[in-house]
Design a protein around this ligand. Sequence first.
Ligand code: KG4
Length: 334
Amino acid sequence: MFILAIDSSCDDTAAAVLEGDRSVLANVISSQFDVHARFGGIVPELASRRHIEAIWPVVNEALHKAGIPLERIDMIAATQGPGLVGSLLVGFTFAKGLALVRNIPCVGVDHMAGHLLAAFLETPAPAFPYVALVVSGGNTSLYEVTDYTTFRPLGHTRDDAAGEAFDKVAKLLNLGYPGGPAISRTATRGRPDSISFPRAWLDKDSLDFSFSGLKTAVLNHVNRCRQKNEPPAVADICASFQEAVVEVLVEKTIKAAVGCGRRTVVLGGGVASNPRLRETMKKRCRELQLRLLVPAPVYCTDNAAMIGLAGYHQYQLGRTVIPDADVYSRFQVM
Ligand code: KG4
């Protein structure tokens, strides 16, 4: 079965062609960094407009790279939510229209399901059940994954997502957008223990996250430096901020895995490409003899291959959408 998959949940227009659920024949991503960089964050209106321009060329490129003409596509999978409504509408409506014209099924996929299953695009693939941390610009969530369509939420952020905190702190330090890669690069020149930023552990057994206090602590630190006419030590701030984020992400994930009695931990989302997070998670998992699987960066950030994989399994359960199905902006209980 050949699948055309589309993701337009945020600021990347992505299309992929898969054969079944594992074999990715093409995976094309058109990023919008150039559109949003000067604003230091995503402008939803501009994102939707760029998706409209990009969607057909990106889908065409994926089909061309895969060497599979549209006539041979058996099913279309597209992200239905959560995300920016204007962005989602472009990809999802495009997918439904194409499926209608071609008289093939269309499946609406939850973006989180894609991230939670992305590790299956790699070898070795995980075995169920496992605990997964999805950490990106819009999400910071822990799930227990028991099969391809069953995801139990364990905890999520109560305010900013970790990636959002990276982006906001980078903006504050004039490091550009997206902030995550800029902060992790700058952090390599700083000392992670130089500034003691707060860690939000929340209630004793909570697996929820909170990053807005940490972001404010960085702002206060920078303001104090400016009041004293001292230039802020940017590399040390980046390293210390990153350490505070990483420590909480790692310890809560380990707590979730141990608490659920699971031996496998999977990471997903754009922040999962952070080298310090990968290294620290690896060390902690090794200490506790847990198996850690982290997809390659291209499958950590938003991509359509993971949507095709998740869509394939939805389709096996007969979950297709009707032409007037709508997108959704917020998390659904999966
Ligand atoms: O999953 P993703 O591509 O899409 C959205 O959530 O939109 O994640 C993007 C997020 C951004 O906030 C970006 O700053 C962050 O992932 N990110 C990183 C790194 N690379 C990307 N954060 C920390 N360290 C990185 N190396």
